[in-house]
Design a protein around this ligand. Sequence first.
Ligand code: AMP
Length: 300
Amino acid sequence: MPAKTYDTIAGLRGALYARRAAGAGLSVGFVPTMGALHEGHVSLVRRAVSENDITVVSIFLNPLQFDESADLDSYPKTLDADVRLCGEAGADLIFCPSVREVYPDGASTRVEMDGPTDVLCGKSRPRHFSGVLTVVSKLFHIVEPDAAYFGEKDAQQLAVIRKLVRDLNMPVTIVGCPTVREADGLAMSSRNTHLNADERKAATCLFRALAAAREKLGDAAARSGAPRGEGEWASLAAKVADAARAVLDAEPLARTEYVELLDAETLAPLNDSSKAALCAIAVQIGQTRLIDNMRFSLDG
Ligand code: AMP
């Protein structure tokens, strides 16, 4: 059955009510997206379809999470193809509302968070995570999913949403899904279509930098074991970040915004080898800003 599309909150709620009423205990999986869908998004939809009775995908380019209007204006828009891809992946309902439907005149409530929103991408994009938290909270209220699916590609977003759900006692399970990559390692992203041929080649530096970080972390662990104390942890994080940065610095088209090794869950400095580490990077290639990350276990 092809997926049905709804552009109003009332329409989607009515359809969900009717489907839920068809059987007691039917589960709803939800995949929020901003459109321009690729295989990364499709992997989330397939996972939601495989784990739930009803799958809802939202396609909404959320203006609140763009700090720069040029980035919003140039964001690729491919709604017809997106709807087809969602249907092929087995989605049941697609929610593609207008900006006015989501933010009617006078809507001025924002969801804010301290802590993990202030580091990494939050440093250069001060309004971004409040925009994400606000729209995700609204979408959770509209869809009322049992489980929501997010990509590990946006690791900071995933950490922040896990915290949102914990902090506000939202009854939804957050499922993180692995990053889908091109054959040469580049993480799939709607923004990759902005890269010209030279920039596309240069963009492999993100994955190569993460591979260098993994190697450095492995070497350091083999040589000196788990760090003891704040100073040793900071020195390990700096060494691993430097190894990744050297790869990025060697790519003339890349301008590094950040490279950091942090606690994968809290995004605070590392201090415990039983926790996972996240190496996160953001790079500007031409006019396009790309992010990527890898998670490493620290206990061997
Ligand atoms: P976006 O449309 O960029 O907001 O992304 C919607 C969802 O798809 C987010 O949870 C992203 O983390 C996820 N996503 C984007 N790219 C990928 C990818 N290459 N692999 C897995 N998930 C992804």
